[in-house]
Unconditional design. Structure first.
Ligand SMILES: O=C(CO)[C@H](O)[C@H](O)COP(=O)(O)O
Ligand SMILES: [Fe+2]
Length: 227
């Protein structure tokens, strides 16, 4: 099978220097990031707290790159509008964010944004079948959500390949998130992932030149291993 969606590298600013977020976003954009991955954590759905729509709105003027917003919050519906207004382009909710997944995805699209569904490592893929016409992106977590810098869980690549087959020719991005490196990107690309989130692996080195090298290396690993 041939995958037609272009490879997108989405640095997660979770691994950047929070004391200079605007600068980090400008640097990683100049270094070649396609999307900026924004991890929103509520201390309830996941055992960590990050940042919310006000911070994202302040970051929006710093880049024209797509804002790929990963909401790890539950319940999620009451916050969707504020993330849309903050300038998020893709808004991804977890399958378990509740209470009504279909309604949440519909709400994202009604706000004029692209809708994504995120699956935890233990979440089966079947739920995607029920909402396949409601999504523009499927995010497969390759770590348990809540923290950057964790080890890639290899068993999720089988699920990725199954979702890739389910997506077929539909215009849906297949994104992988967690522990993505130049090594693990190979298996992700082989399984059909075209959007690769990387936090630690992009921001290591701390300079724009390092970010460019890191992004290029992940992109090369993915582009040379497509199904
Ligand atoms: O959603 C996330 C964690 O819940 C992050 O996007 C993810 O962990 C990226 O960080 P790293 O590449 O360092 O694993
Ligand atoms: Fe994420």
């Amino acid at each position: 099978m041939t995958s037609h969606r272009p490879i997108k590298i989405a640095p997660s600013i979770l691994a950047s220097d929070y004391s200079k977020l605007g600068q980090e976003i400008r640097d990683v954009t100049e270094a070649g990031a396609d999307w900026i991955h924004l991890d929103v954590m509520d201390g309830h759905f996941v055992p960590n707290i990050s940042y919310g729509p006000d911070v994202i709105a302040k970051l929006r003027p710093h880049t024209d790159a797509v804002f790929d917003c990963h909401l790890m919050i539950s319940p999620v519906d009451m916050y969707l509008e504020s993330f849309a207004k903050a300038g998020c382009d893709i808004i991804t909710v977890h399958a378990e964010a509740g209470p009504h997944l279909h309604r949440s995805l519909q709400a994202v699209r009604n706000l004029g944004k692209k809708a994504g569904i995120a699956l935890n490592p233990a979440t089966p893929m079947n739920i995607v079948e029920q909402v396949i016409d409601m999504v523009d992106l499927v995010l497969v977590m390759s770590v348990n959500p809540g923290f950057g810098g964790q080890k890639f869980i290899h068993s999720v690549t089988d699920k990725m390949a199954d979702i890739h087959a389910l997506i077929g020719e539909r215009p849906i991005d297949l994104e992988v998130d967690g522990g993505v490196t130049t090594e693990t990107a190979v298996d992700c690309a082989k399984a059909g992932a075209n959007a690769l989130v990387a936090g630690s692996a992009v921001f290591k080195g701390g300079t724009i030149d390092a970010y460019r090298d890191n992004i290029n290396a992940i992109r090369k690993a993915a582009e040379t291993n497509r199904p």
